[in-house]
Design a protein around this ligand. Structure first.
Ligand code: PMP
Length: 411
């Protein structure tokens, strides 16, 4: 009887059926296999395509210094770490990267975890527990929500970027509170009001974690992320980031006080009970951070921001709605690497994605559960290495195919 229940769950799962149907028709926008590196131009389904769906924002996944460091580590340490950091999975490249991340973020310490997902699930579930309250922005990354669920704490969510609602929740909560936000939102592309959130956490004595997965390498004079750009580094207890997007490798990190990081080294289960990142990927991340901190890194970050703005403005000039813009408290109009274009519904999105694919463009998409049900988007990810011609070509194609999709009612 119980096996039948599981069989039914698998057999009638709507998403599974939809993906199978689209794959059978050769029209699935997801699970596509590339035959090249994830640069601004890729090879997918045996054809070159313009890539607008990769998080390789700064192009560092194939930077010569990154590849050289990675090759060197591969030769020296072999293909795998084969152990948890607690036991036999720590190499000198891990220690070096952690020291660099701490120094770069101006924190006492930092730790590297095999993936960003594990870093988040691990840190939230290690710090919060029954009797505490975890308060998250509704749009914070799934890994943060999963960690909150796993922690056994009471979980409350506030409307996206709504500091007023956060204040209301903090004012009515007596238990110890852990507030969690992304800096740059992975689907909406916009930036949290980090100054207001940090001030509320100080006022209500709450612990604050900011996930910089999409901000590190891009924002701030030192390019540690949007926390730095908002001048809030001293007010943020835990700065989390991934090594897998702008940093062009794989892994996650947590930076904060020495006590906090020592606590996490001994209580973060995603760190303790999983094999450490491969030395080649850790060495690649360390080399990428060196590039990011150099004048070349500053130029790459600027080029990325210029490109995002160009794509947004070109699309808007063609009448296409674009979200993801933030106006900072000092009046700057900022759009980060994610340029979201809302589309009427999932069938319209799939149709448009396929038309773009036909024209040689690989676009990113956001659908439920990554975004609210009924709010699908083209999620265009810009790279520093895209050219003006690339982005104008993409904007033309998107504007052309958008006509074939239903325009959203409120844009
Ligand atoms: N946080 C955010 C905001 C993310 O977008 C992601 C990746 N999608 C993660 C955490 C997880 O990072 P990783 O891919 O390194 O596991």
């Amino acid at each position: 009887m119980s096996m039948e229940k599981f069989r039914d769950r698998i057999e009638y799962a709507g998403m599974r059926l939809l993906v199978r149907e689209l794959e059978d028709l050769g029209r699935s926008p997801i699970f596509r296999v590339m035959q090249s590196a994830t640069t601004s131009h890729v090879r997918v389904a045996d054809r070159p395509r313009l890539m607008l769906g990769s998080n390789n924002y700064l192009g560092l996944a194939t930077h010569p210094a990154v590849l050289e460091a990675s090759h060197r580590a591969l030769d020296l340490y072999g293909a795998a770490s084969t152990g948890s950091r607690v036991a036999n999975g720590s190499f000198d490249v891990h220690a070096e990267l952690e020291a660099t991340l701490a120094q770069w973020h101006g924190t006492e310490a930092a730790m590297v975890v095999t993936t960003g997902y594990q870093a988040n699930v691990g840190v939230v579930s290690a710090l919060a527990g029954p009797g505490d309250t975890v308060v998250l922005d509704w749009a914070a990354h799934a890994s943060l929500h999963d960690g909150a669920k796993m922690s056994g704490a009471r979980v409350r969510r506030f409307a996206h970027n709504d500091a007023a609602e956060l204040r209301t929740i903090l004012a009515e909560t007596e238990s110890p509170v852990f507030v969690i936000v992304d800096s740059v939102y992975s689907m909406d592309g916009d930036i949290a009001p980090i100054d207001e959130i940090a001030a509320l956490c100080t006022e209500f004595d709450a612990l604050l974690l900011v996930d910089e997965a999409h901000g590190v390498g891009i924002f701030g004079a030192e390019r540690t992320g949007a926390v730095e750009m908002y001048g809030q580094a001293p007010a943020v207890d835990i700065r989390m980031g991934t090594l897998s997007k702008g940093i062009g490798s794989i892994g996650g990190y947590l930076a904060g006080s020495r006590d906090l990081i020592d606590y996490l080294r001994t209580y973060n289960r995603g760190y303790q009970f999983s094999t450490a990142g491969t030395p080649a990927s850790v060495a690649a991340a360390a080399a990428a951070v060196r590039v990011i901190r150099s004048a070349e890194g500053a130029a790459l970050a600027q080029s990325l921001l210029d490109n995002s703005r160009l794509l947004r403005d070109t699309l808007r000039a063609k009448g296409i709605p674009v979200e993801g813009t933030t106006v900072t408290p000092w009046g700057d109009d900022v759009i980060g690497p994610i340029v979201p274009v809302p589309v009427a519904d999932e069938p319209a999105l799939i149709e448009q994605w396929n038309q773009l694919f036909e024209r040689g463009i690989f676009a990113g998409i956001s659908v439920f559960p990554g975004v609210r049900l009924g709010s699908p988007m083209l999620r265009l990810c810009v790279q520093a290495t895209h050219t003006t011609e690339d982005l104008e070509f993409a904007a033309d194609a998107i504007a052309d195919t958008y006509r074939h999709a239903l325009a959203p009612s409120a844009s």
